[in-house]
Design a protein around this ligand. Structure first.
Ligand SMILES: C[C@H](O)CC(=O)C(=O)O
Length: 261
């Protein structure tokens, strides 16, 4: 495990690259996290260093395609900072973005805090604390030039590939009655249509949400009222370029879009 100085040094390197829009090959051996716990410790320090308000949480790699994209075996949690949130219909800069993909996602906003616990939360317990469901788009990136080689501990330290995030309006329909497993949003990009599938997200986006609550629980954290959790891409990451518009229509759940400049 890294000591506090090593954690602070690793988070500073990542923070500086994040803000300069530059990439690194790997964290130096002396400050490189080697396991998930060390990765999350660096990520927490990164949040502190940013002095930004926490908007919510992202889950990377809840789908087979997401896992393949960053070469990990299962989900990783990351923080969404307020400065990285773009309004629905707004414009995202491609500057410094090497990953260059857009991802349609299901996002939940918490209505109330989850009470801290030592035992796992059930899916229903977490859902009972949710207020709203939203269509969302994630625009991930990595501070590692070769994110496929970085490994899960470094990817967790680097905030689970968080970069930019677009939250659509809250679903007006009774979202609790919608079958999220069989939901199939349509993504329109450069005149082509792509169909996502709720089932791709850990079998059910609600299971992904509960995974996040339980992952945070093991870190001594809990989901809080107002926080948003975006559950990971429901379609293989779609390549994007400046000039594109990425529009996702989730049917009864609603629509969300972003332009790239
Ligand atoms: C960056 C990767 O595509 C992982 C991810 O953010 C996701 O699966 O969602």
């Amino acid at each position: 495990m890294l000591d506090n100085n090593q954690i602070a040094a690793a988070s500073k390197v990542l923070h500086d690259h994040w803000h300069a829009g530059t990439k690194l090959d790997a964290l130096d051996g002396a400050i490189r996290p080697r396991d998930r716990a060390a990765g999350y410790a660096v990520q927490a320090a990164l949040e502190k260093a940013s002095r930004e308000k926490l908007f919510g949480w992202k889950i990377a790699a809840t789908s087979a395609a997401g896992q393949k994209h960053i070469n990990v075996a299962g989900p990783l949690a990351g923080r969404i900072l307020a400065e990285t949130v773009i309004p629905d219909g707004g414009t995202a800069s491609m500057q410094g973005n090497e990953m260059r993909v857009g991802e349609p996602e299901y996002a939940f906003r918490m209505a109330r805090d989850l009470a801290p616990r030592t035992t796992p939360y059930s899916v229903q317990e977490v859902l009972d604390a949710v207020g709203t469901l939203h269509p969302a788009i994630e625009i991930p990136d990595s501070r590692f030039a070769d994110f496929v080689a970085a490994g899960e501990a470094q990817l967790i330290a680097d905030n689970a590939c968080a970069h930019l995030f677009v939250l659509g309006p809250a679903t007006t329909a009774d979202w609790r009655a919608i079958d999220l497993v069989e939901d199939r949003p349509t993504i329109t990009l450069r005149g082509e249509r792509y169909i996502g599938h709720g089932k791709n997200v850990l079998g059910d986006p609600r299971i992904a949400l509960a995974w996040c609550a339980n992952e945070l629980r093991t870190l001594g954290l809990t989901l809080r009222a107002g926080e948003v959790v975006t559950t990971g891409t429901c379609h293989p990451p779609l390549p994007i370029s400046a000039g594109d518009e990425f529009a996702a229509d989730f049917g009864a759940i609603g629509k969300v879009s972003v332009k790239f400049a």
